[in-house]
Design a protein around this ligand. Structure first.
Ligand code: SAM
Ligand code: SF4
Length: 475
């Protein structure tokens, strides 16, 4: 078939695979773009339009240092212009690491005899959630291995359990999920428990590479995984999260895969992914990965900047797999959510283990072990506005990132005031005295940006109500 850059090789249909590796590589074989073309593409993105596959490929191919700088500047500007300085905070909670798959990169794989297998009991889930609430968390992502134990009913049960835990002023207001793909009925079951986003990472969008890394178990079926978030949409789960595990295959191809996935969801469900994750592979127990496709820090920044420009209205998640230094550096190019106070060893939020006990309970090594308090502190130092906001999801405003992006005044009306209110709660309930002072200063600075805005008076009143002890006030 002749390569046509304007048309996708596979027509988009609901629940039908959509990746054609030759098509994605075809785009990456176009001639390198000149500076004028790169600038025109950046301008399109700053004009709030999602990029095509051909345009994304052009940004990937632009590898002269000056053009890379222009791309990074474009991403920085877009982030500032569209999202402002808010960073949403969350924490992962690992529920269980039993697994029947053998993903070569993961410490939970079935063949890893050293892994200490454990599923939290209901009491333990409650204890872990209480410990997370005591730190100030409001948003969690529950993570599960793939195992018949972790049925949709069980997942829904754990979600309800977490929502039911209230300690002091603490409560979890949004529970997201990262678990194995489900059938449509299964997605319906977990939706009824009130989940936020359901994430399934494709790991690699290259079908042949995928086979090598997933030799056995249900996960070896590339197409079943690829269409999983279609099934979620069919079940009414309209906040879905996509991701690629960088380091398994050529990063250029994976960026194209993520954009193709976005196109597909837009084409058939009229809504792109809620979030994109771009984890870089990290060492794990019984790790078995060739470093050939390892992504260095410079290319990692390029990946983030290109994705920011390619899919301007999608939330972008950066986790504690990365070091504090890398996180601080790359956040400016488009990240909107990070985790804080992360512990991956099962049961460790409420139970302090020694190093050796930890080793075989975690899925992979994390590199930013700071507490939530320290992460908030550093965000404030860098002029970010830490946010624990869950308002859109609770008000039924799904597709919120798209609204932030496209509805004039949305950020001023909703996002900034809600970020301020949730930060005010955090400062009142959980922050150390020096962070409290910094935090109120940042709140005052952000209020200035709302001057002349009709919500400011109401916002001030709500802040006073929070100081007097009321909680969970949002627009
Ligand atoms: N078991 C489910 C699955 O595989 O989809 C969900 C949970 S899995 C623990 C969550 C994600 O962790 C995977 O999708 C993969 O991208 C990531 N992961 C696994 N091993 C990793 C490693 N060594 N370094 C970084 N991320 C890893
Ligand atoms: Fe199991 Fe998920 Fe780890 Fe694969 S990535 S071994 S499916 S927990």
């Amino acid at each position: 078939m002749k390569f046509n850059p304007e048309k996708c090789a596979i027509a988009d249909e609901r629940m039908k695979p959509f990746i054609d590796a030759d098509e994605l590589w075809g785009h990456l074989q176009q001639p390198k773009p000149d500076a004028a073309r790169v600038r025109q593409i950046i301008a399109k993105s700053l004009n709030k339009e999602r990029l095509t596959l051909a345009e994304t490929a052009a940004l990937i191919l632009a590898d002269e240092p000056e053009l890379i700088e222009e791309i990074k500047n474009g991403a920085r500007e877009l982030k500032k212009k569209v999202y402002g300085n808010r960073i949403v905070l969350f924490a992962p909670l690992y529920i269980g690491n039993h697994c029947i798959n053998n993903c070569k990169y993961c410490g939970f794989k079935a063949s890893n005899k050293f892994a200490v297998r454990r599923t939290l009991t209901d009491e333990e889930i409650i204890k872990e959630t209480e410990a997370l609430e005591d730190n100030g968390q409001k948003r969690l992502i529950l993570v599960y291995g793939e195992h018949p134990k972790y049925s949709p009913e069980y997942i829904a049960h754990t979600v309800r359990l977490v929502y039911g835990v209230k300690k002091g002023n603490g409560e979890i207001r949004r529970v997201n999920i990262n678990a194995a793909p489900l059938e449509i009925e299964g997605f319906r079951t977990v939706k009824e428990a009130g989940i936020g986003t359901f994430q399934v990472f494709q790991e690699t969008y290259h079908p042949e590479a995928y086979k090598l890394y997933h030799p056995s178990g249900p996960k070896k079926n590339f197409e079943y995984r690829l269409t999983s978030l279609d099934r979620a949409q069919e079940a009414g789960v309209d906040d879905v999260g996509i991701g690629a595990l960088f380091g398994l295959y050529d990063w250029r191809f994976e960026v194209m895969g993520l954009v193709r996935h976005t196109n597909h969801l837009e084409a058939v469900y009229n809504v792109g992914p809620h979030t994109i994750s771009f984890p870089r592979i990290k060492d794990a127990s019984e790790f078995d990965i060739d470093p050939k496709y390892e992504v260095n820090d410079d290319d990692f920044v390029r990946i983030i900047a290109i994705l920011r420009l390619a899919v301007p209205y999608t939330g972008m998640i950066l986790t504690a797999r990365e070091t504090q230094r890398v996180r601080t550096e790359v956040m400016q190019f488009g990240v909107s959510q990070i985790d804080g106070g992360t512990k991956l060893e099962i049961g460790s939020y409420s139970d302090s283990l020694n190093e050796e006990q930890n080793l075989n309970r975690e899925q992979f090594k994390i590199n930013d072990p700071r507490s939530l308090g320290d992460v908030v502190d550093e965000l404030l130092d860098h002029g970010y506005l830490p946010s624990f906001c869950t308002a859109c999801y609770r008000k039924g405003r799904t597709g919120e990132h798209f609204m932030e992006f496209s509805v004039p005044g949305f950020i001023k009306r909703f996002c900034t005031p809600n970020a301020i209110l949730t930060l005010a709660e955090y400062l009142e309930d959980y922050a150390k005295p020096e962070v409290v002072t910094k935090g109120w200063k940042v709140i005052e600075e952000n209020k200035k940006e709302l001057s002349g805005f009709d919500r400011l008076e109401e916002l001030n009143q709500r802040i006073e109500r929070i100081k007097k002890g009321e909680r969970d006030l949002y627009f």
